[in-house]
Design a protein around this ligand. Structure first.
Ligand code: VGL
Ligand code: ZN
Length: 273
């Protein structure tokens, strides 16, 4: 059985799409990426991030201050089925933050596993003896959150009403496959499916992405890392992000910095661009 770590699979996908590192005359535009500023991650939400709401005025100000510099603004939207495989509610005996291994076959289909309901509609029968199982993805289980089309209550997927959104903004949904989670706004956690984000950025000749939002140690982190792997210059605006805990936030910041991602406070963003 091949151990399929998100990093390895994403590196493979990145190589396959063969992107040239940004910086040429063509790809000199800047995009603002706002990660998951949605009700479920804000106060009253089922997966509320401490001080998550404090990113909103900072992001709104960046939009305002840099309106002549931003070629486009992208909002990612975590967008899960009501019985999404990442929900602890779908796994017998599990509580949120339990970690499980999910297995996938060569076609990227989720294999039936003991903790899921017997007739779980998003899994297929795999035969490990036949080497059917080719990918193992480590999954942290979460409370139900960001459920498709839910617009109020703790599991709402709606963007915060306090967030500035304009008609020209592009919304990129992620995590919409019921059988695999997606922290990054580019690829799911198994590297099976790609969102439209990369092609949208390419169409707009974007070379630099400014990454903001929540959670810094999950979706912001994985999005920034994938953007870097795909060849973009990446700036993560630290005061425009909040994360789930101090230790994992510190780890994520250290990892991003080591990778070559620029960490900047919003007041220093002009100099970092
Ligand atoms: C996120 C956990 C599960 C995030 C999304 O936006 O960081 N975290 N789904
Ligand atoms: Zn999610």
């Amino acid at each position: 059985m091949l151990l399929w770590l998100p990093w390895l699979s994403l590196a493979a996908v990145a190589a396959a799409v063969s992107v040239v590192r940004a910086g040429g005359a063509q790809s000199d535009k800047v995009a603002l990426i706002i990660i998951d500023v949605q009700d479920s991650f804000l106060p009253g939400g089922s997966l509320a991030v401490d001080e998550g709401e404090e990113v909103i005025p900072v992001i709104n100000k960046i939009r305002q201050d840099f309106k002549d510099d931003l070629a486009l603004v992208i909002l990612s939207q975590d967008w899960h089925c009501p019985d999404h495989v990442s929900f602890a509610s779908q796994h017998a005996g599990a509580t949120p933050l339990t970690v499980v291994n999910l297995t996938y076959n060569a076609e990227g289909r989720l294999c039936r596993t003991a903790s899921l309901p017997r007739h779980y509609p998003h899994a297929v029968d795999c035969d490990e003896g036949n080497a059917d199982v080719t990918h193992v993805v480590t999954q942290t289980l979460w409370p139900d959150h960001c459920i498709q089309d839910v617009t109020s209550g703790p599991t709402s997927a709606a963007f915060s009403p306090a967030l500035t959104i304009e008609d020209s903004d592009i919304v990129v949904k992620k995590g919409y496959r019921c059988d695999i989670d997606s922290y990054s706004a580019f690829f799911d956690n198994g590297g099976f499916t790609q969102t439209e984000l990369h092609s949208v950025l390419q169409q707009h000749n974007v070379g630099t992405v400014v990454v903001t939002g929540i959670a810094l140690d999950f979706c912001v982190f994985y999005t920034a890392k994938d953007a870097h792997k795909l060849g973009y210059n990446v700036i993560t605006v630290t005061d425009a992000c909040r994360g789930s805990g101090p230790a994992s936030v510190a780890d994520a910041l250290r990892d991003m910095e080591k990778t070559g991602i620029v960490l900047a406070e919003s007041r220093d963003l002009r100099a970092a661009l």
